[in-house]
Design a binder for this molecule. Structure first.
Ligand SMILES: Cc1cc2nc3c(=O)[nH]c(=O)nc-3n(C[C@H](O)[C@H](O)[C@H](O)COP(=O)(O)OP(=O)(O)OC[C@H]3O[C@@H](n4cnc5c(N)ncnc54)[C@H](O)[C@@H]3O)c2cc1C
Length: 402
């Protein structure tokens, strides 16, 4: 009898022990934009139980309404941040093969209107070369040979950055998520995180799709700084600015590279659609302020949307005249996740130790490297030196680089 009891106790202890040993760490990633998707994908490659939720749907916010230029350009300052972008551009080559998403490589061509700014661009390109970037200044005749359909209006010289590329951001986000699902991750939407609670059994996320236990939670919620303040109990100051993105109907092959013209950015996707991003931003009139207050992703009416799209397309036609009769298909307003100093915010909250924040501008460029490094920090629970400059508790100073 004694022996049977002893055996039972042993078995019970063994099953408790093995449960503890076998129970995988539960990581809940909140936000299925490209940053959350990449973190979720990289976690799914490890022995972790990953769930990714989104209050709307994958790539429904900044990762939809983005220009999606992959670059380590002059604006990526200082050198350490530039190097992080370079690494990510390099890693895009590998990741795009892993998840089966094509990136349109071929480089970018950039120029400005004023001679002062052009002169500065020359200096910035020289710095890029020093930092190991494949950048050079081309005379317009050479640029014209690369892009015969572009009018390099107002320029004698053009900066050529051969390593740059562009991606369909929605496709890339969805591919990352489906690769994560193949590896066993759960992707749930619409599902909004409302809060977190501490219980005797551990921490629970209060979501619109039910309670979710977690060991670590990642807030990859982009420009939703109120969510970060509520959950991470930290104020990450952002100056999220809106940008208009117009995606046209498919058209004949016109562009091979990314065109960074004065006031407007243009590239053509593999499916023939042209993507145009306006650089100026909305004028600060009271009508605009009122309309933009709720951070809409679409215009309130089709007429207004078409008016704005035409204005943006007219800008593009100045530099690519063959776009004259090309029609807008999607007209989007994107809100940049933009910490005040322009750099990513990556790290645990000092107030909520199980909450990790992952917010970044240039998130299309940086998603691969952020995904890889953040997943490593979450799994190893050891800070990586390369991310130390981007911690949430740093002092934020406003820096406007564009
Ligand atoms: C106009 C514009 C042009 C840009 N151009 C470029 C460029 O050329 N190159 C480049 O590299 N970057 C560019 N960016 C920046 C880039 O698009 C972003 O950095 C990137 O998309 C951020 O991805 P994300 O996943 O962090 O955020 P998002 O894509 O915004 O995803 C955040 C997600 O979190 C979800 N969410 C929020 N709160 C909750 C909650 N409480 N519960 C559940 N889910 C929640 C949202 O629904 C959303 O889907 C541009 C951005 C804009 C707006």
């Amino acid at each position: 009898m004694k022996l049977v009891v002893k055996q039972c106790v042993c078995l019970f202890m063994f099953s408790l022990l093995s449960e503890a040993v076998l129970a995988k760490e539960k990581v809940l990633v909140v936000g299925a934009g490209i940053v959350g998707a990449s973190i979720g994908y990289h976690l799914s490659l490890e022995e972790v139980e990953v769930t990714i939720i989104d209050m709307q749907s994958p790539a429904s916010h900044a990762s939809l309404a983005t220009f999606a230029w992959i670059n380590a350009s002059w604006a990526k300052q200082p050198q350490a941040y530039h190097a992080l972008n370079q690494q990510s551009v390099g890693y895009w080559h590998e990741l795009s093969k892993q998840i089966g998403v094509p990136v349109k490589w071929g480089g970018s061509l950039e120029w400005f209107e004023s001679s002062d700014r052009q002169e500065k661009l020359g200096l910035q390109v020289a710095e890029q070369i020093d930092w190991g970037e494949a950048a050079e200044i081309l005379p317009v005749v050479s640029a014209k040979m690369l892009e015969p359909n572009v009018t390099f209006m107002g320029a004698d010289n053009v900066a050529y950055s051969a390593n740059d590329g562009a991606v369909d951001p929605s496709q890339a986000t969805k591919k990352l998520l489906s690769a994560a699902q193949t590896n066993g991750a759960k992707v749930i939407y619409p599902c909004k995180l409302n809060g977190i609670a501490k219980t005797l059994k551990g921490e629970i996320a209060d979501t619109t799709c039910g309670p979710m236990p977690f060991d670590q939670i990642v807030l990859a919620v982009g420009a939703a700084s109120k969510t970060i303040a509520n959950i991470a109990k930290l104020n990450i100051p952002q100056r999220s600015t809106p940008g208009i993105i117009v995606v046209t109907e498919p058209t004949e092959p016109l562009l091979n590279r990314i065109i960074v013209a004065p006031g407007v950015h243009i590239h053509q996707r593999f499916d023939g659609r042209i993507v145009v991003g306006e650089q100026a931003g909305a004028p600060k009139t009271s009508a605009h302020n009122l309309r933009l207050k709720g951070r809409p992703n679409r215009y309130p009416s089709q007429v207004l949307a078409q008016d704005h799209a035409q204005r943006v397309l007219d800008l593009a036609v100045k530099y690519v005249p063959r776009l004259t009769n090309v029609k807008a298909d999607e007209i989007l307003i994107g809100w940049r996740p933009l910490p005040l100093d322009g750099h990513p915010v990556l790290g645990y909250s000092s107030e909520e130790p199980s909450v990790y924040i992952a917010v970044s501008h240039s998130g299309i460029t940086l998603a691969p490297i952020i995904g890889r490094l953040v997943a490593k920090e979450l799994i190893e629970k050891r800070p990586l030196e390369v991310l130390n400059a981007y911690r949430p508790n740093r002092e934020f100073i406003t820096v406007v680089r564009y």
